[in-house]
Design a protein around this ligand. Structure first.
Ligand SMILES: *Cc1c(COP(=O)(O)O)cnc(C)c1O
Length: 500
């Protein structure tokens, strides 16, 4: 393809992407293909001779789009949002056009310098302490691929710091602290690094948040057993239910355990810190006062297309002490002089995408005001859904809604049966039946979760294309399916399930 052919194919690609967005409303959210569907359409090896771009582009439409789940669909309410934006797509296109692995400042000064600046913009947008700004010269922020990478980097930095402070520590005594609600990234980091992980229990009464007391008694127990907890992964907005660990209580406990690194995983909810009114409930002041590292994914609810996970640390030296390897061929004049940041020492890989461009385009295109308005709109839409659930006599909330996330389930009203006698198991049967019906619909997508043994359904608002109408349609469908599931369940399960 030459430049003029690229121009033509590029215009067509943009046209088709626009058509795709216009058509989203009419598409089903969930792909209808069966496993292995693509094998029939695509040869077993790459072609020997180059093919015409038009044919390739047509095959994308024909074979790939039908196999996509449309995360930007207005009725995508599953997992967590991946709110993309056109601003971000354009930036990605530019970034891709210069295909630049920017690992050292000198690889492309703009890549590093823009990242240094927009990470400070982002820190300011979220209200993070100036301690975390790159301009502080001590702390700083850097874009990682995912929250899992961010945690891995934090764990490696924390471990290295701990081992430097306590050189006699044995690797097998080191423990990573998580809770039952921590994203699997905690267990994954432990697996990768060959470390122990401790999973602290949390309760429904505490809204699935880690409390100080539980943390303290676990630390005391490990201290007695000679184990060395060196990092706590605390969550602000769990994936399952949006639970927020009790950061003020954690801070009090950590005062007695200063060698415990506290990483805040706010992968999904962190961007809501851009709005003043959520800062208190997400414990911004406390995070600012003591957390060692903080991560949120702008690629989730933050309008930046995947990927863009932002990680801030209070002391960048802990990253570079753990991760700086400088073979002779990577040495540069500026790096040696310490006048520039070489981000390769702040993460796992050497090369890195030019992701700061996406943040820059999004922050400028929306403005802080537009960004906050977007977050608030998603929360308002979720509040509408919550209001409808609260008025329903078949559905109820399992735990308090969190920002733009609702966890709910079918729960029959007392008059329809002697509910007091319904076992958890029996209600779970009902809700599995309900969710089974919901997930067979292709025009909406929600996901399930289990909270301390209670099976429930999650609705997460976040697509930039979701409106009030879609939320009402979602509720109508959910409540219709709840009624049907309830009837079916009464016929099949109830006789056997009711005890006494
Ligand atoms: C989504 C999510 C993650 C994982 O994110 P990746 O960027 O895919 O690794 C981690 N923690 C929380 C709280 C999440 O919601």
């Amino acid at each position: 393809m030459d430049i003029e052919q690229f121009r033509k194919a590029g215009y067509q690609a943009i046209d088709r992407i626009c058509d795709y967005y216009y058509s989203l409303n009419e598409q089903s959210v969930i792909s209808k293909v069966e496993p292995g569907y693509l094998r029939e359409h695509i040869p077993l090896a790459a072609p020997e001779k180059g093919e015409d771009m038009q044919v390739i582009a047509d095959d994308y439409q024909k074979y790939i789009i039908p196999g996509l789940t449309h995360w930007q669909h207005p009725k995508f309410f599953a997992y967590f949002p991946t709110a993309g934006s056109f601003e971000s797509i354009i930036a990605d296109l530019y970034a891709s056009s210069v295909s630049n692995p920017g690992f050292n400042w000198s690889c492309s000064p703009a890549c590093t310098e823009l990242e240094v600046i927009v990470m400070d913009w982002a820190a300011k947008l979220l209200g993070l302490s100036p301690d975390f700004y790159n301009s502080s010269g001590v702390g700083g922020g850097c874009i990682q691929t995912t929250a899992s990478d961010s945690v891995l980097v934090a764990v490696v930095a924390a471990r290295s710091l701990y081992q430097r402070n306590y050189p006699d520590t044995k690797m097998e005594d080191l423990v990573i602290y998580t809770t039952t609600q921590t994203h699997s990234l905690g267990a994954k980091a432990a697996l990768i690094l060959g470390l122990q992980v401790k999973t602290l229990e949390v309760t429904a009464e505490d809204r699935f948040a880690l409390r100080g007391e539980g943390l303290r008694s676990a630390l005391q127990e490990d201290e007695r057993g000679g184990r060395k907890p060196f990092i706590l992964i605390a969550t602000v907005g769990t994936t399952s239910s949006g639970a927020v660990d009790n950061i003020p209580e954690i801070r009090e406990v950590v005062k007695d355990y200063p060698s415990l690194w506290v990483h805040i995983d706010a992968a999904w909810a962190g961007v809501a810190l851009s709005c003043d009114e959520y800062r208190k409930e997400l414990y911004l002041d406390e995070i600012n006062s003591f957390a060692n590292s903080f991560c949120t994914n702008f690629h989730k609810w933050g309008l930046v297309n995947f990927d863009c996970s932002t990680l801030w640390v209070r002391d960048r030296k802990h990253l570079t002490d753990a991760l700086d390897i400088t073979p002779p061929f990577l040495r540069t004049k500026h790096g040696d002089a310490g006048t520039v940041i070489d981000f390769r020492n702040w993460h796992l890989a050497l090369g890195r995408r030019f992701r700061s461009l996406k943040m820059w385009f999004v922050f400028r295109g929306f403005g802080a005001e537009g960004f906050r308005e977007y977050i608030r709109r998603c929360i308002r839409l979720n509040e509408i859904f919550v209001g409808l659930i609260e008025q329903s006599n078949t559905l109820s909330l399992v735990t308090q809604p969190s920002l733009a996330l609702t966890v709910f389930r079918v729960s029959p009203m007392p008059e329809s049966s002697n509910q007091a006698a319904l076992s958890t198991q029996s209600l779970n049967e009902l809700n599995r039946l309900f969710f089974g019906r919901l997930s067979s619909k292709t025009d909406i997508m929600l996901t399930q979760t289990t909270l301390n043994g209670t099976f429930c359904v999650r609705l997460a608002v976040g697509s930039a294309h979701t409106t009030e109408k879609h939320v009402h349609e979602a509720f109508a469908l959910v409540s219709e399916e709840a009624k049907i599931a309830l009837e079916l369940w009464k016929q099949t399960f109830q006789g056997a399930a009711v005890v006494g």
